[in-house]
Ligand binder design. Structure first.
Ligand code: SAM
Length: 319
């Protein structure tokens, strides 16, 4: 039964099994199941499958492989691990379930997704003439990988608003390890942050991987137009096939498709979606119309490209 545990993971029962385990008072049986799942994870890694990967970047990696970002070493019974000598890696290892890959002392650590060297962000920064000395707002930083890129590229400041508690904690660890003094991570729903913002304008806003997770993307885009003249965007857009199981929808006069996340937000503890149960994916032309009608008249786009998780577009929009 060498591959038994792997099937448990691959046939989408992993997270429900974990939930059952976590809901149950620890017994010898649950301990045994935890150990079996850990062995399965190691076996998958030995076979070259990355169990921490974010499935946005590969349709073949099933969702249930998102592992929980619990304190590392924590099982169903909490146990403080032996305290190591202080080091960036020791701090990094306090948390588990990383999606993004980082390099610490020459070693690649974390998940499999190369967000800290993301060429989409390089393109976006180039497209607006760089971010040196600019004051930036970032929506949904996940674990701070893009924030680090913005800081490394010379941003004067980055305010990054993250709405998922575990992700926000990951961001704080990254801020500390890489000494991102000019970044500030705020926990909460960025729709509120944008709507309620009354400070000085931002030189640019990064909205990467977030618009298609919102209930009302046109309202967010309208809000952004009040606090910046420059938006850097990567987002999925709707077509006939994506998002799957979606229904036609219209919001604020813009057409798209509505999808329902179901209980995914509770099911995956390092979930990378939105803060509401539903989201509207706008069609590409409707998305661009929304930006231009909000005053972002100049669009520089790399066009729509297919990805395993649906069509996506990368562009900057400036007033
Ligand atoms: C798909 S991930 C994208 C992460 C990163 N920006 C990237 O491009 O790789 C979406 C991120 O935005 C966060 N997020 C989505 N909707 C949000 C909201 N309304 N307020 C705050 N954070 C949100 C999620 O928690 C998650 O970290």
């Amino acid at each position: 039964m060498k591959f038994g545990p792997i099937h448990i993971i691959r046939d989408r029962t992993y997270s429900s099994l974990l939930h059952q385990i976590e809901a149950t008072k620890p017994t010898n049986e649950t301990q045994r199941l935890h150990e079996a799942l850990d062995r399965a994870r190691q076996e998958l890694q030995r076979l070259g499958l990355d169990v921490d990967a974010d499935d946005r970047f590969g349709a073949e990696i099933p969702k249930q492989l998102h592992l929980t970002p619990r304190l590392s070493g924590e099982g169903h019974e909490y146990a403080e691990p032996p305290t190591p000598a202080p080091s960036p890696l020791a701090s990094f290892n306090v948390l588990d379930g990383w999606v993004s890959q980082f390099e610490i002392n020459g070693e690649k650590v974390g998940g499999a997704v190369g967000l800290s060297t993301d060429e989409r962000i390089e393109w976006l920064m180039d497209s607006i003439g760089g971010v040196k000395r600019k004051r930036l707002l970032e929506l949904g930083p996940l674990e701070g990988a893009h924030t680090k890129m913005l800081c490394d590229a010379g941003a004067a400041s980055v305010v990054a608003v993250e709405g998922f508690r575990a992700s926000w904690l990951h961001c704080l660890v990254i801020k500390e390890i890489f000494n991102l003094e000019r970044a500030r991570f705020i926990y909460g729903d960025f729709n509120h942050y944008v709507a309620d913002y009354h400070g000085p304008p931002f030189d640019a806003v990064l909205a990467c991987g977030v618009l298609y997770h919102q209930l009302d993307p046109p309202a967010l885009i309208a809000g952004l137009s009040k606090l910046t003249k420059t938006a850097m965007v990567w987002t999925h857009v709707a077509d006939e096939a994506y998002p799957p199981d979606a229904v036609p929808a219209e919001v604020d006069g813009y057409r798209g498709r509505r999808m329902d996340y179901g209980d995914a937000r509770n099911e995956y503890r390092n979930y990378c979606g939105g803060v509401a149960q539903e989201a509207i994916w706008l069609y590409h032309d409707e998305l661009i119309r929304c930006f231009t009608e909000n005053g972002f008249n100049h669009i520089e786009s790399r066009g729509v490209t297919p990805t395993p998780a649906g069509p996506a577009v990368l562009f900057t929009a400036t007033c």
